[in-house]
Design a binder for this molecule. Sequence first.
Ligand code: NOJ
Length: 764
Amino acid sequence: MRNIRHNRQRRLPHFLLSSLLCSILCSLSAHAKPSDKVIEAKVNALLNKMTLAEKIGQMNQVNYALTEDQALAAIKSGQAGAILNPTGVGEDTDLKKINALQRLALEHSPSKIPLLFARDVIHGFKTIFPIPLGLAATFNPLLVEQGARIAAQEARAAGVHITFAPMLDIARDARWGRIAESFGEDPYLVSQMGIAMIHGFQTNDLSAVDSLGATAKHFFGYGATEGGRDYNSTNIPPGQLRNVYLPPFKAAVENGVVSVMTSFNENDGIPATANRYALQEILRKQWGFRGFVVSDWNATGELIVHGYVQNRKQAAERAINAGIDMEMFTGSFLENLPTLISEGKVSLQTVNDRVRNILRIKYKMGLFDHPFFDEQTAREAFLKPDSLTSARQTAEQSVVMLKNDRQTLPLKSINTLAIIGPLADKPHEQIGTWSWDGDETAVITPLAAFRQEKTLTVLYQPGLEYSRDKSTDAFAKTIEAVKQADAAVVFLGEEAILSGEAHSLANLNLVGAQSELLAAVKKTGKPVVLVVMAGRPLTIERDLPNADAVLYSFHPGTMGGPALRDLILGKANPSGKLPVTFVRQVGQIPLYYNHNNTGRPAPAEEQLDTLDTIPVGATQTSLGNTSYYLDAGRDPLFPFGYGLSYSNFAYGELQLSSNQIHLQDTLTAKVKVTNSSNIDGTEVVQLYLRDPVSSRVRPVKELKAFKRVPLKAGETQTVSFTLTSKDLAFYNGDDHFTAEPGEFQIWVGGDSQHGPQANFRLVP
Ligand code: NOJ
C-alpha cells in the first residue's frame, strides 16, 4: 500500500515545510553532504589509526547521569564512544556541561573522536506531545512527523544527537506498562507512525545540525511479554515474527533509521541481545541495515541472569558475536574484549565491523564537522509558539470520543461548569511517562484552559488528591460544586507513574476511589462528561453508565488542557481512533482485532450464553461449543479503529476497479463518504483486507491503509485507495513474502468492525 507515500504527498503544513526547507538549505550552505563512498573511506582511515583499546572504547555507551566521575575518566582515556543521559535525569539541563564533555573527548582522548550524546526523547523534549499511544490515535503521520521534527530541533539545540525512539513494539496487552510508549496493536499503523517519526527526527539529511538520529526499538518481540509483565519471556513463532512483529522494524530500516536497539526479552530461549540469527541474518543480510545496533540498558549483563551465559566475559562474547555494536551501560565489552580477542573468541574483524558501524553514523551525522552546539542560544529553540500550536493540534486529534449520549457533547449554553477529578490540574501527570526533559511549568492543564474562558464560571473540586487516592472525605464538597453547575467534566485515569517501563498492572479498573467519585457526580442528575487521561486502555465498562459522554485522551502532553477544552466546548471536533482494542475485562487479554480464525468462531448474530443465562444442570455440550468467555462474551468493549465524532459519517457502496487482478496489477477501491450532519468534521477512513483461504491461516482482518478525510457539513467525497499485490502478500515461509492467488475480501469503514465490503480475486 502506498499510503504513507500518499499521506506524505499531501500538502505539508507551512510550519513543517519551512523547517524542512531550512534544514536542507542550512545544511547545504554549511557543507555539502558527503557520499557514502567518501564516508566509508574516512571511516576506514580513522579505523586504521585507532588502537584496539580505542576501538573497544567506541563500543562503550556510558551513563553520565549516574556515574559522572567514571564518565569523565572514560571520556578522557578514549573509553567512551557515546554518552547516555547527558542532560541528567529529571533535572534542568546544564547545557555547558555537555559541550564540556565533548571538549574533553576532542582535546584529551587519544584519537579525538567526537562523542555521540544519546537520550530518551520519546514524545517531545521540552514541548511534550501526547504519549506514543495517543500519537497513534491521531492516525495522522504528518502530525507525528511534525512533532518529531520539533522534538529533534529542541533536543539537538541542547546537544543531544540521538534518541531512543521510535518504539516499534506491537502491543496487544494493556497490562504491559510500556503499551503507553507503543503505537498500539497493528503492524501497519505502527509502521506508518514509526516511519513518520524517523523522518521527523532525521529528515533526509542526517548531517544537518538539527537532525536527530532515531533508534528503532526494541528488536524484537518485547511487546509480546508474557502476561504483560515487563521484561518477560516471549514465545513468538517464525510466522508471527515475520508477519506481525518485524514489519515495523523492516520499515524503519528501509527508511534509514540510524540505530536499532535490542530488547530485554528472550524469545523461545534465546535472549534478543544475543540472537545472532535476528541480528546478522535478518537485520544485516536480509534488510541491509548499515547503522549500529545498541543493546538495551544492561541487557548484555542480564544474559547472566537469564541463565544464558555464566559470567560477564561470556556475555560480552555472545553479544558482540551476535551483532551488538554498542553496549549500553554494562561495560562488559570494555572489561573483556581484550582477553576475548587474545583468546581468539572474538575476531579483530568483528571488532572492526562493529566500530565501523558506529563511526559511519558519527560521520554521517556530521559530528566531526560540528561537534559542539551553541549553548547560549539553545533555550530559544524550546517551547516556541509554533511548537505549542503543533502540540495542541496533535493532542486534539489524539482524543478518542467513546460515548456521546443524547449529544451531551459539545457542551452548549453552559454558564457554570464543575471541573472535577484528580487529573484536572496535574502538569506532571498530564505529560505522561518518558518525559524527563519536559517542562512542567509550560503545561496548560484542563482547569487552567477552562479558566481562560471569560464567559464561563468554573467551580473546581478535585474530589481526590491523586488517582490512587481512596479517601472519600472530599466527596461532599465536590458534589455541592456539581449541584451548583450546569454540567460536570470529570478528569480521571492514571498518574504518569502507573504506566511506562516496569509499570505493569494486573487490574485495569480505575484506581483509588475514582469510580465512586464518578458515580457520586452522576447521581446529581447533571450532565456528566468523563475524560480519561491514561497511559493505557483501562477497563472502564463499569464506569460508562455513570457518564453521558466519554473522551479518552491518553496522556495528552503540554497542550492537553486547551485541546480538551476546545473539544468539550465544540471549538474542535473529535477525530481520534483507537490504536488498540479496548477490553471489557482484563481476563479477555490478549484480544486484538487482527487475530487468526479459530475452527469455531463465536457467531456475531447469536445471543451468547452468559453465566446468568446458563440453565442449572445444563449438559456439557449445550452451550454451542464456540470460542468465547461465558462471563465476558466474545467482543471487546470498543474495537480497534473506533472513535466517534460530533459529525455523522455515512458510507456508500464499496466499488472496486475490477473483481479480478493479476499479480502485477493495481486495484483501486472507492467509497463515497458523506458527512450527513450539520457539523464539519474529519473521518479516519480505514481499509481492511482478508485472505480467507491461504497456505497459512491468516488474520480475519488486517489494516492496509487509512486516510484522514475532512468533510464539511453535508459534504460527500469519494475516497479511494490503490492496492498492489504487495498489500496482499504475507510471509508464508521464513523469509518468503508472497501474495497467494485466490479470493480476497476488502472492507472500508470508520473502524475495524463496520463498513461496506467487496470481494475480488487475485489470479497468477
Ligand atoms: C531501558 C529501556 O528499555 C529503553 O527503552 C531505554 O531507551 C533505555 N532504558 C535508556 O533509557
